[in-house]
Design a binder for this molecule. Sequence first.
Ligand code: AMP
Length: 329
Amino acid sequence: MNNLEVMTAILQKIKEYDRIMLFRHVRNDGDCVGSTKGLKEIIRCTWPEKEVYLIDEDTAKYLEFLGPEDVPVPDEYYTTALGIVLDTASEARISNRKYTLCKELIKIDHHIPLENYGDLIWVEEHRSSLCEMIVKFYDTFREELVLSTQAATYLYTGMVTDSGRFKYSDVTGDTLRYAAILLDAGVDTDTLYARLYLEAFEYLKFKAYIYEKMQVTENGVAYIVVDREMQQQFGLSLEQASAVIGNLDSIRGCICWIAFIESGDEEGTIRVRLRSRFVHINSIAEQYRGGGHACASGATVYSMEEVHSLLADADAHVKEYKSTHEGWL
Ligand code: AMP
């Protein structure tokens, strides 16, 4: 099936079912929250008689302004429902594990596919966000579907957060054309950007500390280890500690940057967030229990030895890239 045929089949399935359950990935972010809420709102406005549920772990703090999720429902609700999983490459990362109970399952994703699951699969890995795919879906069937300002706001939030405010290299003409559809639907960007950008005074102090502590490997991998002590010193949640990755992204010559966040659990889990420009780093993440996109991946390590080993691999990878390519900055 080509993409249009899969989208048509997905629309058909949505029409067929009276009850739809939406799913997304663990450690939710703007894109998986925005796309699930956006699709839910489109379905709700188009077919008010249908039941649509989004039952999940708590939304990340910085996205709480998008509103709460639905309260849990009995298992029987799932067994007659259509399940749609958004923005999640592998089954292991689906946050609400009850997805297996659904009568049929659809996967919609924009990550590099690590595995296939679901009865229908629509993956466009070149898309800058899953929200972009949902707007494409809306645009393709716009005669039949309803896009409210609320749905547009959810989807725009996902688009801007997953594309680094339309900055990353996977942003295309399509991305902006789809964003334009959302702006036309009345998104209040002033309020949205204020909600996304404003930071507490204490957090800026933490940022200053990060700039002081960050390091660079021989060939230009910038990195920071946010250990438990640092998190306690600044009173940071894991989510706030994880956000440090965004502070390492503008160092000339550092085309790869990595944050290691100690979780403090019994297994000694260290969350790894990898980002890059020009060079692709998903292969490094895949060597350390992870995956993701070419220039934005995640992984997990369990010791400082593994931190150093991952850094050595990333450094060698960047060295090889720099020696065989020109034009990187
Ligand atoms: P993060 O740094 O957690 O925001 O992850 C960056 C991207 O990689 C996101 O699109 C994640 O969905 C994806 N990702 C993170 N961790 C993993 C993993 N363990 N396996 C596969 N993909 C991942």
